[in-house]
Ligand binder design. Structure first.
Ligand SMILES: Nc1ncnc2c1ncn2[C@@H]1O[C@H](COP(=O)(O)OP(=O)(O)O)[C@@H](O)[C@H]1O
Ligand SMILES: [Mg+2]
Length: 311
C-alpha cells in the first residue's frame, strides 16, 4: 500500500486577468480511496480549483500533485490518472451512449475491443445498458448525467473529479448520480466533488473541505464538522460581576470574556433551564444573552438557505 495522496495541493493562488483573486493560498490533501467534498457557496473558488487540477486553468502560483505526479512537471502523466465530469452535459446528442463511450476511449488510445468491454461495464453500472444504442438526445436529464460519469470512467481514472455535478437538478436525479458515484468509489476510485449543497456533502462524503472567498476555512472528517455544528454559543451579560471561580455545569463550557460577560458553549440539544439553574446556584445573575454565531455557522446558513442545519 502506498500512502501517496491522491491529490496534494500546496499554497495554490489564482489571480485572474481581471484582478479577481479567486484562490488565496489553498493547501489541501486528499487520501487515496476517499470520497471528498469541496463545499462552498457560489464564487468561493471551487471551479477555479478544479480547473487548475484538471489543467484547464493556469495557477498563478502553488503546486498540484495527482498521486505524486506534479501537474506542471509532468502534465500528461498526471492527466492520465484523472477523470473529469464537467458541470454541463457536453456529449453529442446525436450519438448513442455506446458509441459516445467507445469514441471517447479511442481518443485516449484505448483499443476498440477493450473500449467495447469497458463501455458495457460502465453503462451497466450507470444503469444505462438498455439505452446503449438509443440516441443520446432521447435520454432523460438523469440518464444524461449518469452517462457523463460513465464516460469519464472509460479511462479508468484513479481520481474522479466532478464539478457541481448536481447543481440545479432535482432530488431524484441527484440520488441516481449519488448511487453511481458510491459504486465508483466502492470499487476503489478516489472521488472528489464540489458542491454548494450541504446535504450532498453530508450524504456522500467522508471528508470535506469548506472553501469561502478563496480560502479553506475548514478541513476534516464530515463527522467532526457536524459535531462542531451541534454546539451552540451564547454571550451572557452578567449583573454585578462574575465570581472568581466559575461553576462546573455538565456538558457546558464556560469562559469569562471580561468581568461581566460570560462565554457559554453547550450542545444544541441541551436544555437551557439546567444551565440557568447552575448559574443561579453559583450566584451568577444573567441580565441578557445573545447568540454567538461563528463564521462556519454563518456559512452553513447561507449554504442551506437559512434552514436549520443541526437537526
Ligand atoms: N475566467 C474568469 N475570469 C475572471 N474571474 C473569474 C473567472 N472565473 C471565475 N472568476 C471569479 O473567481 C471567483 C471564483 O469563481 P469560481 O471558481 O467559479 O467559484 P465557484 O465555482 O465556487 O462558484 C469569482 O469571484 C468569479 O467571479
Ligand atoms: Mg463553480
Amino acid at each position: 500500500m502506498s500512502n501517496v495522496p491522491a491529490l496534494e495541493i500546496h499554497e495554490l493562488r489564482k489571480i485572474y486577468a481581471t484582478g479577481v483573486e479567486a484562490l488565496k493560498g489553498v493547501s489541501l490533501s486528499v487520501q487515496p480511496g476517499d470520497f471528498f467534498a469541496l463545499l462552498g457557496p457560489n464564487g468561493a473558488g471551487k471551479s477555479t480549483l478544479i480547473g487548475i487540477v484538471s489543467s484547464l486553468v493556469n495557477a498563478s502560483s502553488g503546486s498540484v500533485k495527482v498521486f505524486g505526479v506534479d501537474i506542471d512537471a509532468n502534465r500528461e502523466a498526471a492527466m492520465r490518472l484523472l477523470g473529469l465530469v464537467p458541470q454541463e452535459v457536453n456529449f453529442n446528442f446525436f450519438e448513442k451512449p455506446f458509441d459516445i463511450l467507445c469514441n471517447y476511449a479511442g481518443f485516449y488510445g484505448i483499443p476498440r475491443a477493450e473500449a467495447k468491454l469497458r463501455a458495457e461495464q460502465e453503462l451497466r453500472r450507470a444503469q444505462l445498458w438498455d439505452k446503449a444504442h438509443t440516441m443520446a438526445r432521447t435520454l432523460s436529464g438523469g440518464m444524461k448525467r449518469r452517462l457523463m460519469i460513465a464516460r469519464a470512467m472509460m479511462t479508468r481514472p484513479r481520481l474522479l473529479i466532478l464539478d457541481e455535478p448536481t447543481a440545479g437538478v432535482d432530488i431524484e436525479i441527484r440520488r441516481g448520480m449519488w448511487r453511481v458515484l458510491k459504486e465508483v468509489n466502492a470499487a476503489g476510485t478516489t472521488v472528489i466533488l464540489t458542491t454548494h449543497y450541504l446535504e450532498e456533502a453530508e450524504s456522500l462524503c467522508r471528508n470535506l473541505a469548506i472553501i469561502d472567498g478563496g480560502r479553506i476555512i475548514e478541513n476534516g472528517p464530515m463527522k467532526t464538522l457536524l459535531a462542531k455544528l451541534d454546539v451552540e454559543g451564547f454571550l451572557l451579560d452578567i449583573d454585578g460581576g462574575l465570581p472568581a471561580e466559575l461553576p462546573h455545569i455538565e456538558g457546558v463550557t464556560l469562559r469569562a470574556e471580561d468581568s461581566h460577560t460570560l462565554d457559554l458553549e453547550m450542545p444544541r440539544a441541551m436544555d437551557l433551564n439546567g444551565v440557568f439553574a447552575g448559574l443561579d446556584a453559583a450566584g451568577i445573575r444573567v441580565r441578557s444573552m445573545r447568540t454567538k454565531t461563528n463564521r462556519l455557522e454563518e456559512l452553513f446558513v447561507r449554504l442551506t438557505g437559512g434552514k436549520e442545519v443541526a437537526a
